[in-house]
Write a protein that binds this ligand. Structure first.
Ligand SMILES: CC(C)(COP(=O)(O)OP(=O)(O)OC[C@H]1O[C@@H](n2cnc3c(N)ncnc32)[C@H](O)[C@@H]1OP(=O)(O)O)[C@@H](O)C(=O)NCCC(=O)NCCS
Length: 192
């Protein structure tokens, strides 16, 4: 398998990012920092980059928290496999739904193990930002997301009805350092 890395979006990845997002036809690109909404809504990639910078430098409020977004790319950085968005703090709203992390893998590259690598790399980022435990939630029927979370050591806290998404969700917590320690032998070989 290729080796992977998380890359902070810059103007260099513009055409790769537009190609990536074109695969999300009727689907929301979870964990892309709103790239799909920007592009489908007629805004530019450059405006999205500005928004990412603003997101990273936000204060924690009840409305929003700082967050960082990455592309999951191959070693030569010529292809985007997925995205991951990490909320660096939790406010009341995020504790109720969405938690710390959102992610997607592009539709043509799913079921090849890439999201487990995406989340492993995302947890390394969490560790750098000193996040001890992170919350992730997923629709009860989203087997792929649930299995990713469990593979990386997610412990289920509860199941509840999510008013925003109008569905039952399961809420998980991952101990960042424990997960990295337990999973390094499995995933370190696939990352740079
Ligand atoms: C969720 C998502 C990111 C998973 O990406 P992926 O690269 O296909 O996942 P992986 O190949 O790493 O597989 C992770 C686990 O899910 C399982 N899986 C993947 N797709 C599956 C499917 N369609 N049905 C059942 N299980 C599935 C894999 O077998 C693996 O489980 P295992 O470790 O027990 O073998 C991808 O399906 C996606 O982008 N979905 C849309 C966005 C989304 O739902 N984001 C999460 C919101 S909470």
């Amino acid at each position: 398998m290729e080796k992977f890395t998380l890359v902070k979006p810059t103007i260099k990845e513009k055409s790769l990012a537009l190609d990536y997002i074109s695969e999300f036809k009727d689907e929301y690109a979870n964990g892309s920092g709103g790239l799909d909404k920007y592009i489908k809504g007629g805004k530019t990639y450059e405006q999205w980059l500005e928004k990412l910078e603003e997101s990273e430098n936000r204060q924690v409020t009840e409305e929003s928290v700082p967050s960082v977004t990455f592309f999951l790319m191959n070693e030569s950085q010529t292809y985007i496999y997925g995205t991951i968005n990490i909320r660096l703090a939790l406010n009341k709203k995020l504790r109720k739904s969405n938690g710390n992390i959102g992610y997607s893998i592009r539709p043509t590259q799913r079921r090849k193990g890439y999201n487990k690598i995406n989340l492993y790399l995302g947890l390394k980022v969490c560790d750098k930002y000193n996040l001890k435990e992170v919350m992730l939630d997923c629709d009860v029927v989203n087997e792929a997301s649930k299995r990713t979370i469990i593979a990386l050591g997610g412990k289920k806290e509860k199941q509840m009805y999510n008013d925003d998404f109008k569905c039952e969700v399961e809420v998980f917590w991952i101990n960042v350092k424990e997960s990295l320690k337990e999973n390094s032998s499995k995933y370190e070989q696939y990352v740079i």
